[in-house]
Design a protein around this ligand. Structure first.
Ligand code: NAD
Length: 502
């Protein structure tokens, strides 16, 4: 008998009746079903939103000092028990334990940023804007907000949003990916232990039906979404059509451009780390490596040598790279390798062969695919056009710097990019001319710190607000400006004209 993972509503597990629909949750390293997860429909979403709505007025009115104490207590618990969370992530996502710990650490940085909420919410004040008239501005919370997250960061992506949403006085309904739902429930329990009042943080599990119920629910004021581009576009359009504030982060095709003067050993290390870390299931993974000038063959040889030495296997056994998240996704990624070869790319390293040759440290039922390197990829090939989201690194060649920049800018995605060079002027020109939201200079995965904001351009983000940092605070609050005068008898009298300031 497998257990059914419940929702989390009003501070406790919530599964009022056997769910009408459930999903299977796999251990990707074995291929076995570890649990089933309840898939919410309208009634479960309504219960979670009702809890969030009921908790909102008291939470909004809770002092900043108390809210900070609770967020700080959450941070302390998370820091002390992050190894537990990493185990849960690896068991359902498949990424290696070290990487899972890294994910938790990056999420924790946002919690730490949110501990400064009292400073972040300071408004402006003007005394004597007119005679005896003062003006001040405040930022107020919105109400119940929804966070909808993807499978690839089951802890970090929710933590891009909910620490700031909660610290600024909102209440939250999180709808995590149904592929790896347990991290969300673990985080919910941690909030309860930290002293967060019931109803401030709720979790509903589910798929499209739950997402639609949240997008259409009149009490949900804002939606933070992260996932693939087609769904991000849909969530943005459907959510805003229902009157909500929406930020929807989408997919990516991240280019790493290597200029001829770069340190090729450093660049090769970086390309392998960024291309195959988390089996390529990162929105900031490098999937297109652009060799500029005549360095292509040398760079490919160095990358191939390093990638061939990676150990693919169960993330709990000290491997470099784990399995893919599901069997269906593994098959889809393997299909792209086949298509790339058929379209004329040179398969330098074939991850399907790594598996066939028994070069994997894990049971045969796991969702394995070894590191794959494709050379001589061109922009018309499906391996380049589509986001593959697996351990497949495509190498393209560009004759000049200008050609490389034009290639990156012609791509519809604009999440992350990197340039590798020792020429400061070229790097400066690259970061100025490239149309991408997050740029690394000799840094292959340029994820901004929590006090900056995270987000791409073009088809990688719908809406105008990025995640966390100052933009996160702005997204979860709305501005109010108060003009006040404390009357004295000299100000009596009727004046129907539009007030003039003097
Ligand atoms: P996904 O789009 O399949 O799912 C994301 C969320 O949307 C999940 O909660 C899922 O349940 C829900 N969903 C799925 N289909 C839906 C539908 N038809 N209608 C409404 N909701 C639906 O994405 P995924 O496979 O879980 O995650 C991988 C994707 O996320 C990749 O494209 C990756 O680039 C992207 N991603 C982007 C960022 C970023 O910061 N831009 C970060 C992480 C992941």
């Amino acid at each position: 008998m497998t257990t059914t993972i419940p929702h989390w509503v009003h501070g406790e597990p919530y599964l009022p009746e056997p769910p009408e629909r459930t999903g299977e949750v796999y251990d990707p390293a074995t291929g076995a079903v570890g649990a089933t997860v309840a898939l919410a429909g309208d009634p479960e979403v309504a219960a979670a939103v009702e809890a969030a709505e009921a908790a909102f007025p008291a939470w909004r009115d809770t002092s900043l000092a108390r809210r900070t104490q609770i967020v700080f207590a959450f941070r302390e618990l998370l820091n002390a028990r992050k190894a537990e969370l990493a185990q849960i992530i690896t068991a359902e996502h498949g990424k290696v334990l070290d990487d899972a710990l890294g994910e938790v650490a990056r999420g924790q940085e946002v919690v730490e940023f949110a501990c400064g909420v009292a400073h972040l919410l300071k408004g402006g004040m003007t005394q004597n804007a007119s005679t005896a008239v003062d003006v001040h501005s405040v930022r107020e919370p919105l109400g119940p907000v929804a966070v909808i997250s993807p499978f690839n960061f089951p802890a970090m992506v929710p933590m891009w949003f909910f620490p700031l949403a909660i610290a600024t006085g909102n209440t939250v309904v999180l709808k995590p990916s149904e592929k790896d739902p347990s991290a969300a429930n673990w985080l919910a329990r941690l909030w309860a232990e930290a002293g967060l009042p019931p109803g401030v943080f709720n979790v509903v599990h589910g798929d499209k039906a739950a997402v639609d119920a949240l997008l259409e629910h009149p009490r949900i004021k804002a939606v933070s979404f992260v996932g693939s581009t087609p769904i991000a576009r849909y969530v943005y359009e459907h959510g805003t059509a229902h009157g909500k504030r929406v930020q929807a982060l989408g997919g990516a095709k991240n280019h790493m451009v290597v200029l001829p003067d770069a340190d090729l050993d450093l660049a090769a290390d970086a390309a392998v780390n960024a291309g195959f870390g988390s089996a390529g299931e990162r929105c900031m993974a490098v999937s297109a490596l652009v060799a500029v000038g005549g360095i292509g063959d040398e760079l490919v040889a160095k990358v191939a040598e390093r990638a061939a030495g990676l150990r693919t296997g169960d993330g709990r056994r000290g491997s470099d790279m784990g399995p893919l998240v599901t069997g269906a996704h593994r098959d889809r990624v393997a299909g792209y390798v086949e298509a790339g070869a058929a379209e004329g790319a040179k398969v330098v390293l074939d991850g399907r062969e790594t598996v066939a040759d028994g070069g994997v440290d894990g049971p045969p039922g796991g969702f394995w695919l070894g590191p794959t390197l494709l050379d001589h990829v061109t922009p018309d090939m499906s391996v380049y056009r589509d986001e593959i989201f697996g351990p497949v690194l495509s190498v393209l060649r560009a004759g000049t710097f200008e050609e490389a920049v034009a290639l990156v800018n012609a791509n519809p995605y604009g999440n992350g990019t990197a340039v590798f060079t020792n020429d400061g002027g070229a790097a400066r020109r690259y970061r100025t001319e490239v149309e991408v939201g997050m740029v690394g200079v000799n840094v292959p995965v340029p994820v901004p710190m929590a006090y900056y904001s995270f987000g791409g351009w073009k088809s990688s983000l719908f809406g105008d607000t990025h995640a966390h940092g100052a933009e996160g605070v702005h997204f979860f609050t709305r501005g109010k400006v108060v003009t006040s005068r404390w009357p004295d008898p000299s100000q009596r009298g009727l004046r129907l004209g539009f007030p003039q300031n003097d």
